[in-house]
Design a protein around this ligand. Structure first.
Ligand code: FAD
Ligand code: NAP
Ligand code: MG
Length: 461
């Protein structure tokens, strides 16, 4: 009997696995019976923008954490898919940093062509997964949101691809409950124009804090103060954005910081990251981890060592995204096709230990990038995924870090060459700061291209 595989989530990770299986099927392999459950009405995961926050129209938590005017924060050349190049999709050179909609079109372009959509049950939320050790079978219980019906089905394998940037981590601070301005988490941030003219306090010092600060600055915030726990980001911020020590307490509209300084603020945004949250999994199957380069307990970052019939995709902190999901998906596919055999538990533990030791030695962002490239290389060498120069991509990521240091407002005007095709990205039509319209059409305007030879540099403070 054919194996039965359930994939939970049709974001970039779940779609990568559908693509991997479809590639094998087209070359003659017999593939398992596959069902992909997706609670949203469309594929695309976090990349589906919605105005909604809180619960959706069916009472399910809203998944997306993306906001209007979000532009890629990394060069698209570093997420290029080896079997579906940027050239194949865009047809001509386009800038390195696309707005959300254009990147969404890119990774969906591949699965539109391969025709895997019928394998996805949309509007279907996974409610619970059980495992019977005697029968070695998972029971996946889902809710059909349109008909409000529960269904249970049995699978030999479950692949969790439900993402980990959706459930907010929300620390409390004394006085927040008395604060008369708005308090929200980055997950619920939707439109920077809401904060035009306001003095904002952002808490956190990672990508969300950085990008939401830039967004709010771009769309007219009065000022942005970024409060950090560990390290300030230390960019050469434009006038109007500054960094402060950790928030200690709020009194009225005054934010007091641990170094004794204070500031009047109108709204507070918690850019404090997300929880790996799997409300549909029993303790024995749930991955317990923070946002880190090598979540413990996952052999090759994919196989749940306590029960290797359960796989996870995309659970790492991410420099690499779409192509890392591909590296994992091709590996997961080959495991499920019995092309790759798992080693004994002791050998799996030793391998995980090796990577965890390396992870513990990481100190800089550059080292994290090399670590993730090495991790991908380890996976890529085990499958027939087309050649991908992850080491060259790692070098591009390091240039990107440098560009951000040089000019945090202007790094999105840099142009990178594709490591797959050599195509050099086009210059953007306008600077990111001036690009107030984030539609694909505006970004991709061909007629403007000839008139702008070089990216314009933006002055910064
Ligand atoms: P997700 O995209 O989160 O997809 C998971 C899917 O699982 C969703 O469709 C969800 O609806 C579904 N799901 C969850 N729970 C259930 C359930 N119980 N039942 C059924 N379905 C369920 N990456 C980049 O490369 N470039 C960027 O510019 C970039 N910007 C980002 C900006 C923000 C604000 C955030 C939060 C992340 C950003 N990322 C970016 C990283 C992002 O994590 C990846 O690009 C990618 O979306 C991860 O794919 P995924 O499939 O693993 O998870
Ligand atoms: P993150 O990288 O996990 O960072 C979480 C931040 O919250 C850290 O700075 C952490 O500080 C801080 N924090 C956590 N608890 C805290 C507390 N109690 N008090 C103070 N600070 C606390 O999460 P993220 O920044 O939300 O990024 C998530 C993902 O979204 C990333 O993959 C990122 O690339 C993506 N993203 C992309 C874009 C874009 O492309 N335009 C925009 C936004 C986000 P410590 O350092 O002290 O732990
Ligand atoms: Mg980090």
């Amino acid at each position: 009997m054919r194996k039965r595989v359930a994939i939970l989530g049709a974001g970039p990770s779940g779609l990568a696995l559908l693509q991997a299986f479809e590639t094998a099927r087209k070359s003659g392999a017999e593939i398992p019976h596959i069902v992909c459950y997706e609670k949203q009405g469309d594929w695309g995961g976090l990349w589906n923008y919605t105005w909604r926050t809180g619960l959706d129209s069916y009472g399910e938590p809203v998944h997306s954490s993306m906001y209007r005017y979000l532009w890629s924060n990394g060069p698209k050349e570093c997420l290029e898919l080896a079997d579906y190049t940027l050239d194949q999709h865009f047809g001509r050179p386009v800038p390195s940093f696309p707005p959300r909609a254009a990147l969404r079109d890119y990774f969906l372009g591949r699965v539109k062509q391969s025709g895997v959509r019928p394998l996805i049950r949309f509007h279907t939320a996974v409610q619970w997964v059980d495992y019977c050790p005697e029968r070695k079978v998972f029971t996946v219980t889902t809710r059909d949101l349109l008909r409000q019906r529960l269904n249970s089905n049995e699978y030999d394998h479950v692949v969790v691809a439900s993402g980990h940037y959706s459930t907010p981590n929300t620390p409390d601070f004394p006085g927040l409950d008395q604060f008369s301005g708005r308090v929200l988490h980055a997950h619920d941030f939707r439109d920077a124009r809401e904060f035009a003219g306001q003095h904002l306090l952002l808490i956190g010092s990672s990508y969300s804090a950085e990008d939401i600060a830039l967004q709010c600055h771009k769309y007219g915030a009065g000022s942005v103060t970024i409060s950090h726990r560990s390290e300030p980001m230390g960019f050469n911020w434009p006038e109007g954005i500054s960094e402060a020590a950790l928030l200690e307490r709020v009194e009225g509209r005054t934010a007091h910081f641990v170094d004794g300084s204070q500031r009047e603020v109108d709204a507070i945004l918690l850019c404090t990251g997300y929880l790996h949250h799997f409300p549909f999994l029993p303790d024995s199957l749930a991955l317990r981890t923070g946002n880190r380069m090598y979540p413990p307990g996952l052999y090759k970052g994919v196989v749940f060592a306590r029960n290797p019939d359960l796989l996870y995709l995309g659970m790492q902190d991410q420099y690499f995204t779409f192509n890392m999901f591909d590296a994992q998906a091709w590996f997961a596919r080959d495991l499920l096709l019995d092309r790759i055999t798992l080693p004994e538990p002791a050998a799996m533990s030793a391998d995980m230990e090796h990577w965890l030791t390396r992870e513990a030695e990481l100190e800089t962002a550059e080292e994290e990038i090399d670590f993730q490239a090495a991790y991908m290389r380890d996976l890529l060498d085990r499958t027939d995924y087309p050649a991908l120069d992850v080491e060259a991509m790692a070098d591009q990521f390091k240039q990107w870090l440098q560009h951000k240091q040089e000019c945090i407002l202007g790094y999105r005007e840099q142009r990178f060459p594709s490591t797959l095709t050599g195509t050099l990205a086009a210059a953007p039509n306008t600077s990111w700061l001036q690009a107030l319209d984030d539609s694909s059409e505006s970004w991709f305007k061909p007629e403007a291209e000839e008139t702008v030879a070089e990216p314009r540099r933006v002055a910064h403070g």
